[in-house]
Structure formats: C-alpha cells, structure tokens
Design a binder for this molecule. Structure first.
Ligand code: GDP
Length: 269
C-alpha cells in the first residue's frame, strides 16, 4: 500500500484492510523527499505500533527499492518455511501496488521493473490485459496498480488531498485552497514560510488588528498579502493578485520549495 508521506492518513483508504484478506501488507511512505523527516519517523512508529511493516521510498529517484525487496522477502519468510516443511518449493512472490491516485504507484512499478518491460511472465493477471512482470527470480509484480478511492467525506481530508495535488485544480478555487494551506503552514511551519517568502514575521493571531476602514484584519489573508507584495504579484490599480499568489504558494509547496512539510500528525487511538 503506497501513501503520500506528507499526508499518510488522508492518502489511505481503510477499505484495504477489508480487501487484503490473508495477504501480507507493507506500507510505503512515498515522496519522503518532500515530507518532514521528523514527522515521517513518527508516522513510521505509528504504523509499526499497528503491527504494519512500513518503509520510506522516493519512487521518482528510485530510492528505497532495494529495502522494499528485502522487506518483502522478510515478510514472506515464515510462509516459505512452512511450505518447505510441506515439501512445497519457493515460488516467486506475487506483488501488487495499491493506493489512491497520485501517490506514485506507477513511478514505483517502473522503478521495480527497471523499465524492462520485455521481461514479462506470460500469464494472465487478475483482470484481462494485466500482466505479471518478472523481477529477477524472486518476484512477480502486477503491471497495473490497484486504485483505491480517496476518502472525501471529511473536509479536512479533502483539503489535504487537494494541497498535495491529488484532486484536479480545475475543480478547485486556487485562492481559497492556498488560503487554507497557508493557515496550516502558519501554525506548523512558520519558520519555513518566513524564510521562503522573506517575510519580517507572520501576522499574529492573538491581537486583533484593524485596517484603515476599522475592519478586523484576517491574519492569514494579511500574510498572503505580504507574500504577494514580496513577489510583486500586483495588478493594475495596486490590487493584490490573489490568484497568482495562491498558485505560487500551492506550486511551491507541492515542489517542496517551501520546505520539507508533513501536513498531519499521527493520532494514537
Ligand atoms: P500514481 O497515480 O499513484 O500512479 O502516481 P504516479 O506514479 O503517476 O506519480 C504521481 C506524481 O508524483 C508524478 O508527477 C511523479 O513524478 C511524482 N512522484 C512519484 N514518486 C515521487 C517521489 O518519491 N517524490 C516526488 N517528489 N515525486 C514523486
């Protein structure tokens, strides 16, 4: 099961627990090049505490593939031992990558097979048209990832998915989305924000400030304006270009330019 290390909970669908049956499971925290290392460690501990084996990967750069292969073998060792006792010889381990869209499944599959698609086992997979790709002598990997639905019921989860680009931006209001992201970053990654946008500081939540019309200033909006001014995202008539500012904040978060950021913390039940 592959998840996005920046949103390890929001990018899961618990239905996997129902559909996996007796199969062994490994959670891959992918895109750790973008996540906060200290939080990635906490998520690692969290999944471990649930009895699930977990590893970090950077599918794009092919990092962690070796460790994944070793972990799968370790996970399967007891099964093979039992089989050997019954006189059944070890067969290649069959693997499938599951996860919600955009977590990096296809990238990971290509890394696993080293893009050597010629070396395919000539047997039909689960669905017509799917194939088991041979990886050395030890593994066979389903060439198509299993796609799980993201969970949209919780608005908080929906936002996290949108921040990370798992929901198409065409159906979202970029300004509002960036505003919501800024709210989270102000709270959890203020130093990164200040450094990236060369701000003098962030607008305080505590003391209410008022604009020239005597209206209370929204601290999030005030920071967004400060970013726009630093960047020169100003339209004619000295109006702030919120659209452009929002787009920049979202793009830079997604590319890891604001910093290594994880948007949610594990909650132990
Ligand atoms: P899928 O929908 O789960 O199959 O996801 P894709 O494999 O199509 O990847 C979605 C996007 O994430 C692509 O733009 C990939 O280049 C990117 N991606 C995949 N793995 C990583 C990673 O480890 N780090 C980063 N930064 N991007 C990644």
């Amino acid at each position: 099961e592959m998840v996005d290390a920046r949103i390890p909970e929001s990018s899961r669908n618990p239905i996997i627990e129902e559909i996996k049956g007796q199969k062994k499971q490994l959670i891959l925290l992918n895109k750790v090049d973008l996540s906060d290392p200290s939080q990635t460690k906490r998520w690692n501990d969290y999944f471990k505490s649930q009895g699930i084996k977990v590893l970090s990967t950077e599918a794009k750069d092919g990092k962690g593939i070796k460790q994944v292969k070793a972990a799968i073998k370790e996970l399967m060792a007891p099964v093979f031992e039992k089989n050997l006792e019954k006189g059944i010889r070890p067969r290649p381990i069959r693997l499938m990558v599951l996860g919600i869209p955009n977590v990096g499944k296809s990238t990971f599959i290509n890394r696993m097979i080293n893009k050597n698609q010629a070396e395919t086992a000539n047997r039909p997979g689960v669905t017509k048209g799917q194939r088991w790709l041979k990886i050395g002598n030890d593994f066979e990997l389903l060439d198509t990832p299993g796609i799980l639905w993201p969970k949209f019921e919780d608005p908080h989860v929906g936002l996290n998915l949108a921040f990370c680009g798992s929901i198409k931006d065409e159906i979202l209001n970029v300004q509002n989305l960036a505003y919501e992201l800024l709210k989270v970053l102000r709270k959890d990654y203020p130093e990164e924000l200040i450094a990236r946008y060369k701000l003098d500081g962030l607008t305080s939540d505590d003391d209410e400030e008022y604009n020239k019309y005597g209206e209370p200033i929204d601290p999030v909006l005030s920071d967004m304006e400060a970013i726009a001014l630093k960047r020169g995202f100003i339209q004619s008539g000295k109006r702030i270009d919120y659209e452009r500012t929002g787009r920049a904040i979202l793009d830079e978060f997604r590319a890891g330019i604001i910093g290594n950021i994880t948007l949610e913390r594990p909650v132990y039940k």
